[in-house]
Design a protein. Structure first.
Length: 355
């Protein structure tokens, strides 16, 4: 039952409103690109740039007798800039004002979808309110040209230009570890759509994060060398952008060959079973409440792999508040059966890295 189908809008209206939902700004490229290599990082912010090394306990080593990081970002929401591989990259950062500066805090990295921005993700998904309540830091990286490079065929100009977006996200995390007191065992990752694809790429190819929670996405990355990690995947059965049953969605070929836009992933249950095998999980236990089915497999080391399926839901972040621009763009309205932000945080917070 497709309760959340999209509506078509005129291309002119689409173009005008994309700028609105993406924060009316584009990601600058004021630095000249260098040849691809391991990411070179040069952080910039409104605070003095005097980063120190990070100790094993997550506390930056500084000369301050009180133990305060030398380049602590301001409390509240701020825009941050970092240079990676010669490109000037930006991200939003939210640091709750009540966080103790000398107590290691969790970090969540939230990756927006195609056409989105960090500012849009910060505005729509409600992570800051949860961060205030639960005491963690949130980073919202910006994709160049509003699309993340995940494979050679996805997505957008970033994929065409060979941008190392996974390296960028890891550089953001390391930069923040140099500037803040973060808990290395509670670094978490979340994303929607194209951002979820990058999140899967990151946990397939690195061991930085303790757990990942994704929404309305698929996995395009070779995960044969992945290390076990806790995974939460939320998806609607009526998603025709990234179909629950796998394969290509309604946006396939929308760029008419101008930039890579091929997304052809496995059925979502098959994707989740791959993670159950990676984590060596026990058989999944399933329960259904109304239109929401939750399947959880328990795994060694206290890990879990969970799939939450919402019958009839489309391509959206359940419980979000996207506003009028989303409706005018004909985007699928958010499902109301669950709040994906609170659900994701409850899952992530329960899964620190095993000792």
């Amino acid at each position: 039952m497709a309760r959340y189908r999209h509506r078509l809008v005129a291309p002119v209206l689409m173009g005008a409103l994309v700028a609105l939902i993406a924060g009316c700004t584009s990601v600058p490229d004021r630095a000249s690109p260098s040849s691809p290599s391991s990411p070179s990082v040069s952080p910039e912010s409104s605070a003095p740039d005097d980063s120190g090394d990070t100790g094993d306990d997550g506390r930056p080593d500084t000369g301050d007798p009180a133990g305060r990081p030398a380049d602590l970002p301001p409390a509240g929401s701020s825009e941050q800039t970092i240079t990676v591989d010669g490109y000037e990259r930006t991200f939003r950062l939210y640091r709750p004002g009540g966080l103790a500066e000398d107590t290691p805090a969790p970090l969540l990295v939230m990756l927006h979808g195609v056409l989105g921005t960090g500012q849009q993700a910060e505005s729509w998904y409600g992570w800051n309110a949860v961060a205030d309540r639960e005491g963690f830091v949130v980073a919202y990286p910006d994709a160049r040209n509003r699309a993340w490079a995940v494979t050679d065929e996805c997505c957008g100009a970033s994929a065409r230009d060979g941008i190392d977006d996974a390296g960028f996200v890891l550089a953001v995390v390391e930069s923040l570890r140099q500037r803040m007191t973060l808990d290395p065992d509670r670094l978490y990752l979340s994303g929607i759509s194209n951002g979820g694809m990058l999140a899967y790429k990151l946990v397939c190819e690195s061991s930085v994060f303790a757990a990942v929670a994704v929404v309305a996405t698929t996995m395009l990355t070779d995960c044969s060398a992945a290390v076990p990690i806790s995974v939460l995947h939320i998806h609607g059965t009526a998603d025709d952008t990234i179909p629950y049953t796998g394969g290509t969605g309604r946006r396939e070929g929308a760029s008419r060959g101008r930039v890579p836009d091929t997304v052809d992933g496995p059925p979502v249950p098959d994707l989740v079973r791959r993670w159950q095998r990676i984590d060596d999980c026990a058989p999944a236990q399933t329960r259904t409440e109304a239109t929401v089915t939750t399947s959880t497999a328990s795994c060694p080391g206290g890990r879990d792999v969970t799939l939450i399926t919402i019958d009839g839901a489309g391509h959206q972040w359940p419980g979000s508040s996207p506003g009028a621009a989303s409706r005018l763009l004909g985007l699928d309205p958010p499902a109301t059966e669950i709040d994906a932000t609170t659900t994701s945080w409850n899952f992530l917070a329960a899964h620190a890295k095993p000792a």
